[in-house]
Design a protein around this ligand. Sequence first.
Ligand code: SF4
Length: 497
Amino acid sequence: MSREGVPPLPVSAPAMPFQDAARLSLGDTQLRFNMGKATTTIRAKRYKVVDEMPDWQNLREAGRAIKDRTLRHLDKYLIQLEESVTRVGGKVHWAADAEDANRIVAGIVKSHGAKEVVKIKSLTTDEIGLNEALAHQGIKAYETDLAELIIQLADERSSHILVPAIHKSRAEIREIFRRTLENTEHLGDEPKELAAAARAHLRRKFLTVPVAVSGVNFGVADTGTICIVESEGNGRMCLTLPKVLVSVMGIEKLVPTWRDLEVFLQLLPRSSTAERMNPYTSFWTGIAPPGDGPDEFHLILLDDGRSKVLADRNGRQALHCIRCSACLNICPVYERTGGHAYNSVYPGPIGAILTPQLVGVENAGSLPYASSLCGACYEVCPVKINIPEVLLHLRGEVVRHKQATLAGKLSGENIAMQTVARVFASPRRYEAAQKAGRLGQKLMVKGGVIERLPGQLGGWTAVRDVYPIAPQTFREWWKQREKVSNTKTVPRQEARP
Ligand code: SF4
């Protein structure tokens, strides 16, 4: 579909491969310091509150099972959700992609003659590039989450699911506020002062802007209830003060019943902000009585590639994600590179498996390699997404995609791998290759190791030594041993009659 004049979507083909973007990030020492400090603190807090729960592993298993069941019957539950929301006075819209969703939101805002919207919990709206699409229609969107506001004022992109400004120090935030907000010439960098400056700016918007746009943490199919969890109270303002509320929900955010919510409301706060419960947990079911909340409620159910992910038996577990960010905070790669290297609103391990599935491996083929496969992300994930397993699956997809093109077929890597595959498939070829290798390595072995391999193989030895092929393999040793023992064998005595 044409996107003429509209800026590129935040979840789009990364502009440069992860490895190149990561190299740039690694050169930024301030960023590495900020990231290391923030992730170490969050990790330590999380361990403490998770440790308090004797049934944590059972809860994780319950979370995984509920998500699994929900996705297996997603079609049925989505229809149920639509019926429930409609029954309580809401209006449900189905959006096949970002373009659809943005058009629907803009239509609702315009139908009320509004030129501004306030936003809360907006990762999904970041995914579809809503702010840019609204700006294109002359509508200004105001982020109200403190970290999102910082990022918006800095004209940057978020680098963390939960703490979008994690890469910013207090001094940097003060400079952004001084540059962009009124009456901040004498602003200090104490968190209290920074929060007060943001509050003064936002309070005016909450009281005057007629339309709010929210994301959704959970949508409950049997009651039509929508749930948002947040820490600052800005969400509560957005959900109650404006006259019109539009919520954009990825179709995977659904849970079948209220009972299921109980599990996630225990797993999410401990895994994300390391709290026992969220400071603000808001629920709304349709529209409130007059004067007690929005008069109009719209729910947009967004697909935008999720059905495709669901169709992949191995990759679909990425849709279990409840966006807690525990996998980001534990990941040694993310900690060093920060989120911008992933060039997606979904950074870190979850981004490495979700983005390539949403935009296609042909457009984000470097992301499944943004991992050392240490498995820490799997261990902390509250819904037990086996991220390393999906990464490997996607790496296979990347290779298969490359092999399907002529350039890929003729690439040095493919030819080398095909040759290795043929050698490994035949014991005879394997033994012949070992013998040839033993001869070939003679000039390269120094001090018992090979320090440098020739050609493209040199990439391997750039950061490590290689042990040479042993003078005698186990199989050769075994054959030799058999030969010796056969020659020494005393002929068997005939059994006595
Ligand atoms: S993949 Fe798991 S750990 Fe990572 S954000 Fe999603 S739910 Fe949290």
